[in-house]
Write a protein that binds this ligand. Structure first.
Ligand SMILES: [Zn+2]
Length: 280
């Protein structure tokens, strides 16, 4: 599943690539599978996108937010919002290309281009709104730019295991299973540690580890994981590496379930902290 760095790569490809999506107007809307459009937004999407021009792209957590200028309505923007979920993919092609087997939405653009949304597993969702808050209102700050004061403050309010907290998009947005495991390894924190047992120095180290891991993965254009992602260059150290040697100490990477999610960690480098003391 694409997380913050992979979604950021999609954003940069569409915005900075040649050709770019920015400045292109929508000439036709082909909803190939209506289930990809969030319930109730199908007719709005068809009517609203026709003639609209892509002006900017931003990202919040794992959501892509495209601003479009509306024809004849200067200063009024529409927002196309896309969540890729498990297998969603956005790309530009020549609009002569036939739609692929898993194409769910195709927008014919000017200059002979098309923006396609493919999604084999069909979990991805698309919205068209006048106010992005309609869709992303429940999200916490973006994990790449979250302020330390907010991050640290949340620990005193929430007594939870650390891994499920990092995955909670209402706390910070953008971290999924891969980067939660990688960040906790980098910080040397056991994924089942309870938030109230973390000292301030641990919280600071975790905050830095998250920022470092996400920035490195963004720079590398996402993760490179056997059978999951091929495009990126970020090499994971614990995620999906059960039984392989920890790069720091050689101990076999373990896999456990934490909050229903498969969780990878080094039993030697990541000790379980009990409130007020270490158990090892
Ligand atoms: Zn280790």
């Amino acid at each position: 599943m694409p997380e913050l760095p992979e979604v950021e790569s999609v954003l940069r490809y569409l915005r900075d690539g040649k050709p770019t999506l920015i400045g292109r107007s929508v000439r036709a809307v082909n909803i190939v599978w209506s289930g990809s459009i969030s319930a109730g937004y199908g007719d709005i999407l068809k009517a609203g996108l026709y003639g609209a021009k892509f002006a900017a792209i931003r990202r919040h957590g794992k959501y892509l937010i495209f601003s479009l200028d509306q024809p004849g309505e200067p200063g009024k923007s529409l927002y196309l919002i896309v969540h890729l979920r498990m297998t969603g993919r956005l790309y530009l092609v020549s609009h002569d290309n036939a739609v692929e087997r898993h194409t769910r939405l195709s927008l014919m653009l000017d200059e002979g281009l098309a923006l396609r949304f493919d999604d084999p597993r069909k979990f991805g969702r698309i919205w068209l709104v006048q106010n992005p808050g309609e869709v992303i209102c429940g999200l916490g700050p973006d994990a790449l730019t979250v302020a330390y004061e907010y991050f640290a403050g949340a620990f005193s309010e929430r007594r939870r295991q650390i891994k499920p907290l990092l995955l909670d998009q209402s706390f910070v947005a953008g971290i999924g299973n891969i980067y939660a495991d990688e960040s906790l390894f980098r910080a040397g924190i056991h994924p089942q540690t309870s938030t109230e047992s973390l000292q301030e120095v641990d919280v600071e180290r975790l905050y830095r580890s998250i920022r470092d891991v996400l920035s490195e993965a963004v720079d590398a254009q996402g993760a490179n994981i056997d059978g999951v992602f091929k495009e990126g260059g970020f090499i994971v150290t614990v995620y999906g590496r059960t039984g392989r040697a920890c790069p720091l100490c050689g101990t076999a990477i373990a896999k456990i379930r934490v909050g229903q999610r498969g969780t990878h960690f080094c039993p030697s480098c990541q000790h379980l902290q009990i409130a007020g003391k270490l158990n090892s």
